[in-house]
Design a protein around this ligand. Sequence first.
Ligand SMILES: NC(=O)c1ccc[n+]([C@@H]2O[C@H](COP(=O)([O-])OP(=O)(O)OC[C@H]3O[C@@H](n4cnc5c(N)ncnc54)[C@H](OP(=O)(O)O)[C@@H]3O)[C@@H](O)[C@H]2O)c1
Length: 312
Amino acid sequence: MEQSRKIGWYGLGSMGLFMAINLHNKLKAEGSYLTYSNRTLSKGEVLSQEGAKPKNGITEVARECDDIFLMVSTDAVLKGLISEMLESDVDLKGKTVLDCSTTHPDTAAEVAGLLQAAGASFVASPVFGANTVAQAGRLLFAMAGNQEAIQRLEPLIVGVMGRKIVNMGENARDSVLLKVTGNVLLVVFLEAIAETQVLAEKNGLGTKVMEEVIFENFGPVLGGYSRRMTSGSYAPKEGNAGFSVANTIKDAKHALRLAQDLDVRMPALDLATNNMLSAKAYGGENLDGAALYGVLRSQSGLPFWSNESRQQ
Ligand SMILES: NC(=O)c1ccc[n+]([C@@H]2O[C@H](COP(=O)([O-])OP(=O)(O)OC[C@H]3O[C@@H](n4cnc5c(N)ncnc54)[C@H](OP(=O)(O)O)[C@@H]3O)[C@@H](O)[C@H]2O)c1
């Protein structure tokens, strides 16, 4: 890639911090550094200690950088950042924005149009994989938008933040369409595993042997979903949930909206989403999407909280 282009990052949440660390390490090895920002700038301390450069807000990142990665929670936050850049005095011509957040395809299309009108390029780059996968630099990137940018930035993605790119072509909608559609599996698997583990606990098998079977028979991804429940990390005692229940609900609602527009019925996704909504209403914000397990537990006469989770 052209070493002269400066690389920026905005968003240091559960996923973004690990991704930014991996990206900065790659840039550092090449004698460069990552310029970053976040609403809570202090979350980037680990980056600045390694030589990355903090900035106050997205506009300052855009002023300094040519290729800017974003990793934020919701469509509204993404649109807010794009507006901030467009309304600033920064000339965006020739710059590229790559959004790794999960959004509705209409949002990606809208953002692509706004940036193109300002002379910038957009690549919708949502990712598959949990924050542990982000930490390991093994995410699966779905990418669509400016093809020259995808090609140019591939060396900063594959083997750095991700294991592979699925290139969905020029239309930015298409990579997020793949992401939102693929996420149906995550949510429905969470529901299926939660139901299985509650039954295993109630019928005396126990969750440990069931989890062994899930790992052995269905592989590490589904085994990992089970572990989010049995380890109590669906309601972590310390720190933040890996994939917040609010973000998981947001992604599920995007899929339900797409399905409704096409007259597709998704009863399993609908049920799992309602269970996540109930979990959030009962247990608050700091829950993982896997907290639908707590709802199924309480509907079956067990406490919402397990011995391993926090207790309120
Ligand atoms: N976690 C997963 O397993 C996973 C996997 C694949 C895809 N995703 C998707 O990736 C995206 C990020 O996920 P995540 O788990 O990293 O989310 P997260 O932990 O909730 O982090 C969200 C990021 O957005 C920022 N943010 C939130 N509200 C903001 C606001 N009003 N203004 C400016 N910044 C704001 C947060 O800033 P602060 O740090 O200041 O709060 C943080 O940087 C989401 O779209 C999610 O659906 C998540």
